[in-house]
Design a protein around this ligand. Sequence first.
Ligand code: ZN
Length: 305
Amino acid sequence: MPDPILFPGSPLDRADHQRRDSAWIDELLQRDDTRFVALWRLRVLVVQGSEPCIAWATKVVCESMNRDVKEVLLGLWDGVAYFAVDISELKNPEEVLGATGVAKFEDVRAVAQRLPYEQAAIIAHARSRVDWHARHVYCPACGGKTTPRGGGANRVCQSCDAEHFPRTDPVAIAVVSLGDRCLLGRQRGWPARLYSALAGFIESGETLEEAVRREIAEESGIPIGEVRYLASQPWPFASSLMIGCRAEALDDKIKLDTFELEDAAFFERDRVRQALEGDTEGANLILPPPMAIANFLLRSWIAEE
Ligand SMILES: [Zn+2]
């Protein structure tokens, strides 16, 4: 079987019922063993060295923050509470946290593959949620100020009482096969020779299968028969859910939409296998890294032979 997909597998219990009790949240915030994922401009604090891991902050981090900043309860694990806290307002965050020389803030996409599996899931959750809170300070209905509720589970408008919940944006992504070949495409500006599975946001009023058929037809002109769901992946840039499918092409006559793609082509199975195995020179093809669901979908297709 292909390597597991990165970003699922969080060990945290999101504590849906308990988090309605604000006194309980306040008590968790005061515990010495409570752990905080500190996010600075959406970068995560990581302990440096041969086995990088999240550098957990303690409640001290909250004392250095403006009190308008609210911690987000991510959940519980082995009796310990885990929060995310946005410390973007700090000028020298590593210094304030006493982390200089030991840990540094890193880009989540760049560091995720080097973290323990369950920690990648925790930072995916933390990054999406902190980003959502930062973008929803004002009510989209009336423009009033909003405040977090339920330990950051949602936000409520102080003027009109409207409740706002974090969004997840579904994206359909499909490896389209025709016999021993599969359809891949590339966008302008990608590194040379990099190709991936075609993908697009699912639109209002569409099923997953309809979205796959529409996206593939729009971008490549290829008509699609059967569509089959395989696996999904949270993608915290900013807050998507990648829904991975296999789809069957009905012919191979590509009519490229050059606004969306620079190129699309059918690739032989052996060439895809060669690229997945690391011989990108020999295959003259680069594929997305193992952290991306496109890599998983291609490995699944190869494994089906
Ligand atoms: Zn409002």
